[in-house]
Ligand binder design. Structure first.
Ligand SMILES: [Zn+2]
Length: 195
């Protein structure tokens, strides 16, 4: 009987080393960054593989301090990461990048429909918990039941409020040492808009 998680086969990961060597053929930026990082932007974005900030905003290594969670949700670890960038790296600009067709916000919309239908919302898994948090961010506007674009923007606004609950970030914001913007990336056109 196995009492620990079985070690998965590693053969499939050799592809990642091949990709890394291909990266090294085209990039030497890492040499200049060995001594430290001074990113221009902090970006909070969804983990969705279609919305990688450094790629869609054409930025090289060392430029973007990225925090990515499903739905771009700012949790404790995200907050700590942002505080680190502001306080220790001196990064002064923060973009909360929402995106269209967000799966996490779509899950939250389902909860909103459940709630509007007067049914019980069940929160069991970690994913349920995350979706429930987003649901609370979008529940104020019943249009969010069908308007996903509006829902992702409402969620981004709520994340902005969440990060300003950090006294360190609020202080930096009030002293003009931290600028915050909300952006929307459209997965169908590839375009970013600052709202
Ligand atoms: Zn998403």
């Amino acid at each position: 009987m196995l009492n620990s998680v079985e070690t998965p086969a590693k053969s499939g990961f050799a592809e990642l080393v091949v990709r890394n060597r291909r990266f090294l053929e085209k990039n030497t930026d890492y040499k200049e960054l060995e001594g430290g990082q001074h990113p221009d932007f902090i970006v909070i974005a969804c983990s969705d593989s279609r919305v990688t900030p450094s790629i869609v905003m054409d930025s090289g290594l060392g430029s973007m301090f990225e925090i990515r969670t499903a739905g771009g949700v700012v949790d404790e670890a995200a907050l700590a990461s942002i505080e680190y960038a502001v306080e220790h790296l001196g990064t002064e600009k923060l973009l909360i990048m929402a995106h269209t067709n967000c799966g996490a916000v779509t899950e939250a919309q389902k909860l909103l429909r459940t709630s509007i239908a007067g049914k019980e919302i069940r929160v069991e898994s970690a994913l349920d918990h995350l979706a429930y948090g987003i649901y609370r961010n979008i529940a104020g506007n019943p249009d969010n039941e069908v308007d996903l674009r509006n829902a992702v923007i409402d969620n981004a606004k709520a994340q902005r409020e969440a990060l300003l609950k950090s006294s360190a970030l609020k202080e930096a914001y009030q002293e003009g040492k931290l600028e915050i913007a909300i952006g929307l990336y459209d997965v169908s056109t590839g375009e970013l808009a600052i709202l």
